[in-house]
Design a protein around this ligand. Sequence first.
Ligand SMILES: C[S@@+](CC[C@H](N)C(=O)[O-])C[C@H]1O[C@@H](n2cnc3c(N)ncnc32)[C@H](O)[C@@H]1O
Length: 399
Amino acid sequence: MLKHNFDGIDRYLTTMKQYWHYNAFILHDYPSFSDNRELINFLHGIDDTKLMSYQQNPTLLYPLLKQFIPDLLNVNDVLFDIKYDQLSSHTEIPFWLKKGIKGRKWVQIDQFSHYIGESLPVLEWCAGKGHLGRLIHYKTKNQISAVEWNAELCNQGLALAEQQSILQPFFVANVLLGEGNQLLNKEQHVVALHACGDLHVHLINGVKKALTEKVTISPCCYHLTEHDNYQAVSSYALQQSQLLSSITLSKQDLKLAVVQQSTSGERQTQLNDQEVWWRLSFDCLQKALLKTEDYLTVPSFPKTLLSNNFRGFVEWVKAYKQLNIELPGDLSVYLDQGRERFNRLRRCELVSQFFRDPLELWLVYDRALSLQEVGYQVKISRFCDVKITPRNLLIQASR
Ligand SMILES: C[S@@+](CC[C@H](N)C(=O)[O-])C[C@H]1O[C@@H](n2cnc3c(N)ncnc32)[C@H](O)[C@@H]1O
C-alpha cells in the first residue's frame, strides 16, 4: 500500500513538475509553464483581494485553475487523503503538567501522546525541555528519557521533572554526530515531535540498526539537511522514483513542502511579504549596479530592519556582503521592479501551493518505506488538526 501510494504521488509530481519545480524567486518572468499563455493571463488578472482569498482557500481556486491545467488534482484528492482520527483520552491532566507550555504546543503534545501505548520505555528524540515525555509518563507510567543537544533546555527540563517528582534523565548529545545512537535499543519506543530534517533521518537510520521495537515521528523542515540536493531515504525511492530520475530536488524545492501561510497571524504575513518584496527589490538593484544577471543570496537578517526603510536594509546587505557599490539617491525604481516580481511570485505560488501537500507526503512515504524495508509495519496518519500545526503527519512504525 505504501509503495502503491508513493508511486501514485511520484507519477503525479513528475508529470506536473513544470508547475511547481522552479525557483520563482530568481525568475524575472513567469516560470517554465509560460507556454500556457491562458494560465498566465488568468494569474495576471487576479487582484490582491482575490489573491488573498485563494491563498487562504485553494479549493475556491481549484475549478478555475483546472480549466488551464486539466490534470491538476484538488488538495483533498483521494491520492493525498490522510485522515486525522481524533483520539481522546479520559485522563484528567493536572494544571502543573502544562506549566510553561503555550496553547497550540500543548495541543500538539497532548494529541501526539495519544499514540503512545503503555509498557515500553520511551526515549524522546530532540526533546527540547521534554514536555512530551513527561506527559507520556503521566498517562502511561512508562519510563522516560530524553536526548537534546541544547544543555540549557536539558537543565530546564530536568528542573521541571524534579519539581513534578518525575524521573526523566536528559542526555546532552548532538544526534547529527551519531551521539544519540548509543541510547537507541531494542526494547524501546522512540518518539520525535517535530524533529527537523536530518534530525529525524538520523533517528530513522539509528532505529533501523538498533532494531528498536517502536518509533513514532512527526517530521518537519525537510530542507534542513547537510546535503545540497535531496538524498532518498528508502532504497525504493532511490531505485524506483521517476521524480528523482528526472529532476534534482534542491533545498529550495524541499521548502515548498513546508511553506504555509494560513497559520501565521496578519502582522506576521505582512512582515513576510515585506521581506520577500525587499529581497526581490534588492536583487533588481544589485543586478543593475553590479551589471550582472547572477542572483546574489542574502542571508537571514535582523527583522528589526523591516521597521526601518528600504535604504537601511540595502545599507545592511551592502556592509554584510562588502559590496563596492554607490547607492543612488532614489531607490524607488528598484522597489517598483521588486513589487512587480513580488506580485508575479505570489501568483505563481497560487499554482505551486497545490503541490505542497503532495510533495510533503512523497517525502513522508520515502521515510515510511525505508522503515518498511527493514521489517517495520508502518502507518501514516495525522495526529492533530491542521489549524493546530500544518506539520501534522505522523509515522508510526513497529516491529
Ligand atoms: C523543532 S524543536 C522540537 C522540540 C520538541 N520536540 C518539541 O516539539 O517541542 C527541535 C529540537 O531539536 C533540538 N536539536 C537541534 N539540533 C540538534 C542536534 N544536532 N542534536 C540534538 N538535538 C538537536 C533543538 O534544540 C530543539 O529542541
